[in-house]
Write a protein that binds this ligand. Structure first.
Ligand SMILES: [Fe+2]
Length: 144
């Protein structure tokens, strides 16, 4: 059984790989493939956010007594920021504008990288230390 850190860090890498597929399809000028790749990427990002917000963060908040402030509150607000960018990207793709998709993708990637560093260096170690014993039960909430 992997730790929360291992599992969620690996999922960050998988999301990054799905974004690389979106870029490759858009660079190749294939709109249908770009749309399909984006749907997979968006789904994977939303799943990650939802698992953290509904399962992992509440457990950390309960264990540490920090909610409405502290690391999970910052992460929640960054998720909202990324959701807004993803929504803008969805709109761009609906109108077939892959240039705009990639421009917003650059912004998103910067936000993702900074967010992931914070989670991987600060939040996931807190998760391992404070709710590591519950990880098997928490992990069961992950939708495959
Ligand atoms: Fe996150």
């Amino acid at each position: 059984m992997s730790t929360a850190s291992d599992f969620l860090t690996n999922d960050h890498r998988e999301c990054d790989a799905l974004w690389a597929k979106v870029e490759a399809a858009a660079d190749g000028g294939d709109l249908a493939a770009t749309r399909a790749a984006f749907v997979a990427f968006d789904k994977s990002m939303q799943r990650h956010f939802e698992f953290e917000e509904k399962t992992l963060f509440p457990a950390i908040e309960q264990a540490t007594g920090m909610s409405g402030f502290g690391p999970t509150a910052v992460m929640r607000s960054e998720h909202e920021q990324m959701r807004r960018i993803l929504a803008t990207m969805t709109t761009a793709l609906e109108s077939g504008d892959t240039g705009s998709l990639l421009d917003h993708g650059d912004t998103l990637l910067m936000v993702i990288q900074q967010h992931n560093v914070k989670e991987e260096r600060i939040l996931y170690p807190i998760a391992d230390a404070r709710v590591g014993g519950e990880w098997a039960a928490l992990r069961a909430g992950w939708v495959e």
